[in-house]
Design a protein around this ligand. Structure first.
Ligand code: GRF
Length: 203
């Protein structure tokens, strides 16, 4: 399966996907990395690993539609089976999502449906949570509310700050995203009628 990864920043999740996909038994390959910022640190990391990179800088386009049209045109050339948003800090339009319905995955740094949106770690601490974690889900038109594919939890420790908790969550993100991508690439989980349908092993 052909995978394109979208980033906006350092791309640590992108790197974990690239490393997992490099394993011979992995059922997917990362064929390109796309960023919405020319200076996204992940672009250099992907290029260093020989992966084609593309940046589509929003301010170079006079509308969200034009920006997305340029990305969609590149995707028509790349022909991805799966798109992984990984630290991509831009909402996709309904038209974009419909064009790739069921093929777009995202990782969010909370145990959805708790704490959609931003500042998830501080919100978890402020709420007195004893667990935090990450969620990989199919992307739908709502923000952070598509069908869940995989989750991982970590403890919230006394004295945790948003930074210490973010670092602990990031370590499980880097394991959970490749596992979720494998499930989707193998067809063990797919989005059907708006739900994540799991198929029993061997089905
Ligand atoms: C991570 O917390 C991820 O969950 C969120 O963006 C943060 C940075 O990700 N989507 P990365 O290091 O750029 O992959």
């Amino acid at each position: 399966k052909r995978v394109v990864v979208f980033i906006s920043g350092g791309g640590s999740n992108m790197l974990s996907l690239v490393k997992a996909a490099a394993e011979p038994d992995f059922p997917a390959e990362v064929v390109a990395v796309i960023a919405d910022k020319a200076e996204a640190g992940g672009l250099a990391k992907a290029a260093a690993l020989g992966i084609p990179t593309f940046s589509f800088v929003r301010k170079d386009f006079d509308s969200k539609e034009a920006h997305e049209a340029a990305i969609l045109a590149e995707l028509d050339r790349l022909r991805p089976d799966i798109i992984c948003l990984a630290g991509y800090m831009r909402l996709l339009s309904a038209a974009f999502i419909q064009r790739h319905e069921g093929r777009i995955l995202n990782i969010h740094p909370s145990l959805l449906p708790l704490f959609p949106g931003l500042h998830t770690h501080q919100r978890a601490i402020d709420a007195g949570m004893r667990l935090a974690g990450c969620t990989v889900h199919f992307v739908t038109e709502g923000m952070d509310d598509g069908p869940i594919i995989a989750q991982a939890a970590v403890p919230v420790l006394a004295g945790d700050t948003a930074e210490t908790l973010a670092a602990r969550v990031l370590t499980v993100e880097h394991k959970t995203y490749p596992m979720a991508l494998r499930l989707v690439a193998e067809g063990k989980v797919e989005m059907k009628d708006g739900r994540a349908a799991s198929h029993a092993v061997g089905e």
